[in-house]
Design a protein around this ligand. Structure first.
Ligand code: COA
Length: 431
């Protein structure tokens, strides 16, 4: 953090002495006013529910320029990473700060692929769930359950242990997501096969059976790998902040990641791709493209409670760059599978076209986000709708653990403890 020459002065209309606050500059993006001593100096807190103007940490991992529609991982634009790197390169970059050279790449890929198996006991843990349980409920339990296997030898204050936990999480998440899926279907679990790529291995664990050989389709493998890259990190969103806050108590890293999974589940966050696809299917049932106008009227009517899912974002006030890449992948996957005339894709395109031209959306700067197309791609690949957020969790695990490890290694790290404005009853006595 670089101290700026600029300073902020906070003055009060009630005659209280004004205070001067230091300002820090980042590499790019808005400066921050340091209010850490504000309470000590004034006896007052700041009020910012939803963190609309509050930076809760410093971070060197991911940068988003919401107005420009730009997303950088460690300084590299997401478009270039999606074109030139694979997901495990991206994981290396997020965790270590630099892209791997050829040897580092080979070693890292091997390291991750050697940790893909989970303790056999996990199967029996899974059996406690109903077969029709939502995969995110199962996944929250499974990831939390991992802390029971890796607790005694995980010292969060030891950098080597933190690195090890990161590899275990990245390697085992696909296995856990696939196990959650197979359990729901009542099919046998497929053990990982480490001569396949990260995405290819996941596809086999999801769609393969012990009865026949599974052949990985390279177009789908690439599409899945891209989904993983696009979801790998997104700076201080709700689930990442949850992981940081949970981990700030020094808890087991698997437990902190389980908190992230739980947060991601919600429809305003990772659950949006599921909600988006459900929305498209509902419109399709109502009559499809012909009913788009009618549906949009409902979206614009504040009393209807209907939102255009997959549209709008707290940070992006421009086209989400991931949505463009996802649309490209969507075209490739549908062409490969002969689904170019998929009615839901046509519907999504129509909705997007109307929304991008409609004053309601233009004025509020509402653009498609990554979830708008990722659901269509995943559905085409054969992933059930209720597993979409699980795929997101798999991909985001690297971001969560990179951010958690960055926080613990930060000398300024403190347990997270927000303040409040109390509006309840003043002290009173029980009659
Ligand atoms: C993502 C989201 C929660 C961001 O919310 P936010 O930054 O708090 O923005 P707000 O909810 O304050 O929305 C600002 C305005 O746009 C409207 N708006 C936002 N998203 C909208 C959507 N998807 N459909 C219709 N109207 C929307 C709000 O009603 C509000 O209108 P108003 O100013 O007239 O009251 C919100 O855009 C949303 O619910 N989108 C749909 C879910 C989704 O796709 N989430 C995935 C995020 S990756």
């Amino acid at each position: 953090m670089k101290l700026s020459d600029n300073k902020a002065t906070l003055s009060f209309s009630n005659g209280k002495a004004s205070v001067e606050l230091p300002v820090y500059e980042g590499t790019i993006g808005p400066d921050v006013i340091d209010i850490r001593k504000l309470y000590g100096q004034t006896g007052m807190f700041t009020y910012d529910p939803g963190f609309l103007s509050t930076a809760a940490c410093q971070s060197a991992i991911t940068y988003i320029d919401g107005d420009k529609g730009e997303l950088l991982y460690r300084g590299y634009p997401i478009e270039q990473l999606a074109e030139k790197c694979d997901y495990l390169d991206t994981c290396y970059l997020l965790l270590k700060g630099e892209l791997p050279n050829a040897q580092q790449r080979e070693d890292f890929h091997q390291l991750v692929l050697k940790h893909t198996m989970v303790n056999e006991q996990m199967q029996f843990f899974l059996r406690g769930f109903r077969r029709d349980a939502h995969p995110m409920a199962v996944l929250t339990g499974l990831v939390g359950g991992m802390s029971a296997f890796y607790h005694e030898n995980t010292d969060i204050h030891n950098p080597e242990h933190r690195d090890r936990a990161a590899i275990q999480l990245i390697a085992k998440m696909p296995t856990l997501v696939a196990m959650a899926y197979k359990y729901g279907k009542g099919e046998p679990y497929m053990y990982p096969q480490n001569n396949l790529s990260y995405a290819g291995n996941f596809m086999r664990m999801m769609f393969g059976t012990p009865c026949e050989e599974y052949k990985v389709n390279p177009v789908i493998e690439k599409a899945l790998d891209r989904i993983f890259i696009l979801h790998a990190d997104h700076e201080q969103n709700a689930s990442t902040s949850t992981v940081r806050l949970c981990g700030s108590s020094g808890t087991n890293p698997f437990a902190a990641i389980a908190a992230g999974v739980a947060c991601l589940w919600g429809p305003a966050h990772g659950g949006a791709n599921e909600a988006c696809l459900n929305m498209l299917e509902d419109i399709q049932k109502m009559g499809g493209v012909a009913k788009v106008g009618e549906f949009m009227e409902k979206v614009k009517d504040k009393n209807s409670g209907v939102r255009l899912m997959g549209f709008g974002h707290r940070v992006y006030k421009n086209y989400d760059p991931r949505a463009k890449l996802m649309q490209e992948t969507c075209n490739e996957v549908l062409a490969e599978l002969g689904l170019e005339n998929d009615p839901l894709f046509a519907l999504a395109k129509k909705l997007e076209q109307i929304a991008l031209e409609d004053d309601y959306f233009v004025q509020r700067k509402l653009y498609p986000n990554v979830d708008f197309y990722s659901g269509i791609v995943q559905r085409a690949i054969g992933i059930p709708v209720n597993l979409f957020t699980g795929i997101f969790a798999l991909a985001r695990t690297v971001g969560w653990i990179a951010q958690l490890n960055e926080m613990i290694a930060d000398p300024e790290y403190k347990i997270g403890r927000p303040r409040q404005l109390y509006t309840g009853s003043p002290r009173r006595d029980v009659p």
